[in-house]
Design a binder for this molecule. Structure first.
Ligand code: FEO
Ligand code: CA
Ligand code: CA
Ligand code: CA
Length: 692
């Protein structure tokens, strides 16, 4: 008899129980790990249709079946220079982007839906060959070795980095956040019953992929280059890829292990969620819910237990029932035997896709938490500033300012920028009376959820700014440092990204159904709704436009949910003209500066999707739904190419609904058999820019 996973009980959020189990180790079922008495802001203030089928839909809801076929042309060897990426900010004040596509209606179809006038196609799917000579996917013959050469599972971040000035050749860099063994292995019964080889397959399906892609004809469609020689294509895995630790924590006792007595090299990366592309042509990737891969937390010293707890690692049982069982394949995941191994995860990873031989690096100067991702902007001073979110209920927003300055064209120098600098955490204050923030989402009398904020310095170079903590302590146990300096507890800060057009920063607060519930922290102006089911967007304006500064103003341009509900807000725009949106997760910009938002866990009962809105001028808040993903999936990426002609999204965990298996899938997207996480590209049929 098929036994379902343990602990599929679930959870205050809107995600399916199976997603909670595999993606974040049932984070919602555990108490939020931030139990610090760091007061919340309120306290501070007051004291499937066909193989590779795609669908298009009009606003009226009429759905039209379209086709898209991947044709394969001859490959041309690529040249190795990365394209110059806009180093921003390039403010062009008041120039509002225009969006012209007609919003698609919410739906529950098992397909990818884009507006009329657009098409879409799968670029690459789980199991497709990546490395030159990789075997074709064969579900019944899968091995860790084969998976290590093929596209991994559950694609999340997507970056497209062009070669030189080419409009037609690029490297696609993708995160593979986690695996779902129920949907990967025929005959799955339980994680305990997996063979060691199957566990290694899962480890090889984690990580990242680099894939050379080319434009299809003169359209906005892209496809993998097919060639016997693919010098840039590679897989980075949790199983065997070696990472170099950089920055102040490298070589310190907290990261030394039996296998790495000098604390310099780490095998693998875990739970890579969102990320960003740097102006020097590399990719940053966030190691997020790394806690769920470890057992044996009960075996560490009493002094270390609070440090593990603050990161969500169980210390009361040897084998937490929702662990991934990886210690059966590699002993290092047992903290009772290797207590420092967990300290080697939870970092920002930098990958140089244009130098396939360079080891990827984990930058300890950027702090250790459940990193959603990191996005950078070059400040007026030339310093590079990275904005980052810690994706957990009641956790914090951070920024990192490089010690050295960006040098245009000096790639070797720029590759060192994230190895040393200053790390800050955000503390925000509302400007309305606390009594007007009543938890219902009703706007205060000044008409906005808004206020001011401070960037509190935690560490700068080799100097600690947190009493009682060394530099290495602060960077290794960054959450504890944030607690001490009274950082503001936010509603799950996910992707944070500066607009290179205006220099303003946008952060997605996905949701927090625990807000003001029971003994949990109450509402504040920056997190104004009790039991926040639908999330909101947090907009930061650095004072004097100085990204290296220590003060900012903020506002909530969008408070998500059903626009017909009183507790939602869309920049003051007419709410009868906007699309419903729930659980914003990733943000991105097109070159006109329009804000694109993808969702994870739509609590309105329809499929997740991708949305776009102008964020400046009179159209601010005119949010429209561009795309929906198939049943059970979340929309990740998104990435709009520099020419605005293509938008890439990652369709993550299609068909991930409790009870689904390979044999009895709930989604058969994209090929009509069983669900396969895939990267998709959408483009305008007339070749015009996406969105406008
Ligand atoms: Fe992997 Fe924060 O979502
Ligand atoms: Ca206000
Ligand atoms: Ca995410
Ligand atoms: Ca982003």
């Amino acid at each position: 008899m098929r036994r379902l996973l343990p602990l599929l009980g679930h959870s205050g959020g809107s995600r399916d129980a199976m997603t909670c189990m595999y993606r974040c180790g049932n984070a919602c079922d555990h108490p939020a790990p931030n139990t610090s008495d760091n007061p919340y802001l309120g306290d501070v203030v007051n004291a499937s249709m066909s193989r590779r089928g795609v669908m298009r839909a009009g606003a009226a809801g009429a759905l039209v079946l379209g086709v898209s076929g991947a044709t394969v042309g001859a490959a041309v060897p690529a040249t190795a220079a990365p394209a110059p990426v806009a180093a921003g900010p390039a403010p062009k004040p008041g120039k509002a982007g225009k969006i012209s596509f007609k919003a698609i209606p919410p739906n529950t179809l098992d397909n990818l839906v884009v507006p009329n006038g657009y098409d879409s196609a799968v670029v690459i799917r789980w199991g497709d060959p990546v490395v030159a000579g990789a075997p074709e996917f064969d579900l019944g013959r899968q091995t860790a070795k084969r998976q290590s050469q093929q596209f991994g599972y559950n694609n999340d971040f997507v970056g497209v980095l062009p070669f030189g000035n080419s409009n037609d050749r690029a490297l696609l860099v993708v995160n593979h956040e986690y695996t779902n063994e129920n949907l990967m292995f025929p005959g799955f019964t339980s994680l305990d019953a997996l063979s060691v080889e199957q566990i290694k397959i899962a480890m090889a399906a984690h990580g990242m992929s680099v894939v050379e892609i080319e434009r299809v004809g003169r359209t906005g469609q892209w496809k993998p280059v097919e060639s016997r020689r693919l010098p840039y294509n590679k897989r980075i895995t949790a199983l065997e890829t070696v990472f170099k630790l950089t920055g102040p924590v490298a070589g310190t006792p907290a990261v030394k292990t039996k296998a790495d007595p000098k604390g310099q090299w780490v095998i693998g990366t875990l739970n890579n969620c969102a990320g960003g592309v740097t102006p020097w042509g590399t990719v940053l990737s966030g190691e997020e819910n790394f806690n769920q891969y470890f057992v044996g937390g009960d075996g560490v010293t009493e002094a270390d237990k609070p440090k593990l707890n603050r990161y969500g690692i169980t210390t009361t049982a040897r084998y937490p029932s929702d662990s991934r069982k990886w210690e059966r394949a590699q002993e290092r995941f047992d903290l009772a035997k290797h207590p420092n191994e967990a300290n080697r995860f939870g970092w920002i990873v930098e990958v140089d896709p244009f130098d396939p031989d360079a080891p990827p690096r984990k930058h300890t100067a950027m702090g250790r938490f459940k990193h959603e991702g990191a996005n950078v902007i070059v400040a007026k001073s030339g310093h590079v500033v990275a904005y980052m979110g810690d994706d957990e209920r009641f956790d914090y927003l951070y920024k990192f300012v490089s010690e050295k300055k960006y040098r245009p064209g000096d790639r070797k120098h720029n590759l060192t920028l994230l190895e040393s600098g200053t790390l800050y955490v955000a503390q925000v204050t509302g400007d309305s009376p606390a009594a007007e923030i009543d938890g219902t989402g009703k706007l205060p009398s000044d008409g906005a959820f808004d206020g001011t904020g401070k960037w509190i310095k935690l560490v700068s170079g080799n100097k600690s700014f947190v009493p009682g903590m060394t530099v290495a302590d602060i960077l290794t146990y960054t959450r504890l440092a944030g607690d001490k300096v009274l950082a503001t507890k936010m509603d799950r800060p996910e992707d944070v990204q500066p607009s290179l057009r205006t220099g303003k920063i946008y952060a997605a607060m996905t949701n927090n159904t625990n807000r003001a519930v029971g003994t949990n922290p109450g509402v504040d102006e920056a997190n104004p709704r009790s039991a926040n089911k639908h999330g909101h967007i947090f907009e930061i304006t650095e004072n004097k436009g100085d990204h290296t500064g220590e003060s900012f103003t903020w506002t909530l341009p969008i408070v998500c949910g059903d626009p017909a509900a009183a507790d939602t807000y869309f920049g003051g725009y007419d709410k009868t003209a906007v699309s419903p949106i729930s659980c914003p997760d990733n943000v991105a910009f097109d070159s006109a500066g329009n804000l694109w938002i993808s969702t994870d866990g739509n609590a309105l009962g329809t499929n997740d999707g991708l949305f776009a809105t102008p964020i400046e001028g009179s159209e601010r808040g005119h949010l429209r739904q561009f795309l929906t993903v198939p049943r059970g999936a979340e929309t990740c990426g998104p990435f709009i190419t520099g020419d605005d002609r293509s938008v890439f999204v990652a369709v993550q965990h299609p068909g991930e609904i409790t009870g689904a298996t390979v044999e009895k899938p709930v989604s058969t997207w994209p090929d009509g058999d069983y669900a396969k996480p895939s990267v998709v590209v959408s483009w305008r049929l007339d070749g015009g820019p996406i969105g406008s």
